[in-house]
Design a protein around this ligand. Sequence first.
Ligand SMILES: NC(=O)c1ccc[n+]([C@@H]2O[C@H](COP(=O)([O-])OP(=O)(O)OC[C@H]3O[C@@H](n4cnc5c(N)ncnc54)[C@H](OP(=O)(O)O)[C@@H]3O)[C@@H](O)[C@H]2O)c1
Length: 187
Amino acid sequence: MTTRYPTASVGNGYIFNMNNPKISIICALSENRVIGQGDRIPWHIKADLIHFKEKTFHHTIIMGRNTFDSLLGYYERSGRPMPERNNIIVTHDANYNPKQANCFVVDSIDKALQKAKEIEKKEVFISGGEQIFKQTIHLADKLYLTIVNGNFEGDKYFPDYSMFKKAISKEEKEEKGQRFTFIELIR
Ligand SMILES: NC(=O)c1ccc[n+]([C@@H]2O[C@H](COP(=O)([O-])OP(=O)(O)OC[C@H]3O[C@@H](n4cnc5c(N)ncnc54)[C@H](OP(=O)(O)O)[C@@H]3O)[C@@H](O)[C@H]2O)c1
């Protein structure tokens, strides 16, 4: 049996599936594409944390278990509650306990995307880390990147994203002497 999805025209002949949220990737990376060192991000840019919060507010995020664990650790240490947001955590561990509300645990990328379609209408954000970006970059419609000026040491990298050629927004910033750029890219 074929499933029929509602579609809509956006006026230029392009038909999109109204059931599917847009898939975006959000990440901060250095010029040499480093995103992490161990379980840490090798810089502290407060404006980037705010940017992440604003972009993903009221949306669903998908992340790997390592990234979720480091976020959880951060909120536990700071004593602050995790922001109210749907988190989909990808892990092979069927017994993984996220210890937080609004969390869904899945054991594959496909299931993460399926879950996202069920609970998110507009835009789902893939938020890392290295393993998850590597497996999903080909699926993304849009990248929200924070390019941190300079080359950093690290052992976790963002994949090649040269297929995203068109910048639709670009904002150069500086915080405590560290320069960085918020850039939004589409294919
Ligand atoms: N700069 C940034 O914007 C940014 C953003 C996010 C993360 N990071 C950094 O990235 C690093 C973490 O990245 P990472 O690559 O180590 O870990 P990760 O991608 O966050 O998580 C990897 C884990 O996800 C699960 N997983 C991955 N693929 C799977 C699949 N196909 N099916 C089922 N489960 C799967 C596995 O969990 P199990 O082992 O439980 O099976 C795996 O160990 C940290 O340094 C973090 O700070 C940086």
